[in-house]
Unconditional design. Sequence first.
Lengths: 258, 358
Amino acid sequence: MILFQANDLSVRFGGIRAVDSVTFEVRQGEVFAIIGPNGAGKTTIFNLISRIYNSTSGKLLLGDTDFTQTPAWRIAGLGIARTFQNIELFPNATLLQNLLIGRHYHARTNFISEMMFLPSVRKAELRHREKVEDVIAFLGLERYRDSLIANLPYGVRKVVELGRALSIEPKLLLLDEPSSGLNVEETEGMGFWIEDIKKDLGITVIMVEHDMALVNQVSDRVMALNYGKVLAMGTPQQVQSHPEVVKAYLGGEVEGAA
Amino acid sequence: MRYLFRTQYRQDIALWRHNGDRFWYGLLAVLILIAPQLLGEFYIGELGGVFIFAIAGVGLMLLVGYTGLISLGHAAFLGIGAYVNAVLLSHGVPFLLTLPAAGLFTAVCGAAIGRPTLRMSGLYLAIATLAFGSIVGTVFQKWTAVTGGFDGFAVPTPYVFGIAVESATGLYYVAGAVLAFVLWLSANLLRAPTGRAMVAIRDSEVSAQSMGIYLARYKTLAFAISAGMTGLAGALFAHYVRFLAPDSFDVLLSVQLLTIVFVGGLGSLRGAILGAVFVRLLPQFIAIVRDDLPFGIGRLPGLEPALFGLALVLVILFQPAGLNGMWLKTKAWFQAFPFKRQANFRRQKSYAKSERLK
């Protein structure tokens, strides 16, 4: 079953085609990796899916829902959660508050009842807390629960950001370079989280990643991009041995070079 | 040291964390209730003023300290609240209706200024709100049919349950009650989704959006709630000064309100109160020591604004967490005694994002 589709997706910034007619589909329950050299347009695709950028042309579909024109703040409501390459947590809030903000879309209380903290608000808060505690237990973040994000090490923040995305209870999870800035051990841990997310929680994952070991470990299919265009798509092995991909990474002959 | 042993999630969302909190805040409440028996009329009047400015401070704190939006126009909201209250009272509407009406009307005005400035932040927002403040100030001056213009407006005496609030003590109790109410509303809001959304907007707009927070809605809401609370303070301020003059709601007052928030410590309700105490009592302190200062410093014109500015600079340089930060550090020192940790008292150099004015 196909969960997500991007049809002929393009975006131009002035004269640059950052993403150039990219078409791909992601099946329910798989881990789909996007690889490519710097500036290939990987994160731009994420920003298009999370509707931070408007696409110049093309279509975005989640199941049967066309969300090409949906405003960015409704994307979480569709069941799409994301993390950011350079960590966009809320640094002056505690870990617990960060995860609870992930529950925002599920909040049904209005600000007037919240100001009086009516019993309905209290009940909803306790329910959100239970859900968030599930995520904390899943990722083993118990000891940091009340720490300010600003005081946490980078590796832990990366996991917290994953936890915040999971608090949304998404169908589709976008991970932007989950291993960037992590050491070997932490990267391995991240690989296990992603496998668990796929197997235990049944969440479909699209990730942008440079670490090929991690890509080989967790991904079912890989798409390689360069200059906004799709170079190759297939299993990790197929893509890595694809001549165009090798050329993009290692550099090949440039036409017309002196 | 106190270790909290928590066994239920509801303990984490309780307003009082433990019985120690209940005891000390209870003691404070009792002291506030019996203060008029212990202190003279003058001091009670001054404390009433502190309460009124603390209400406005809490309102501004929600906007600046929690949502990360700046406003140099809050004196206008104070003024709108004051005039709405006074004008309605003079038409014979009872005080128990005019007070909430002043708050609500000011909240609507807040939403009206919040909406068009949605895409602004930092200095641009400061300038936009400054402009709003001066427009409202001009309206107060020129709309003589309602405000009386420069002739001023005598504020009628309010009646609460048939009792005239004429003395400083009466206003002190009314302002104290409103302050407690506003604090309760704010604390509730901050432990609920709306409060967390505000904090999220302050810390990272792009990821707040990806979490499903509609920025336009929550920024407008933050402006409305902040203005509404300031409007309540304004209604009480009208009774505090008894005679409204349009030029009393100028930019200097806005800066004073902002000083409350910054000196008190951004991102803390307690900070708003400590800041109000500081801002209201500093002029009194200057008045007391004025004659004893050497070289006639005390008689220099502009001494008060200069000291406010100096305090603001010193706090931002040496104590970014403000008076609230000092309080927390002092508390930590006593709790850990005799095991003082040097790191706790080292000069703080990190700033909250909202202080950097993106």
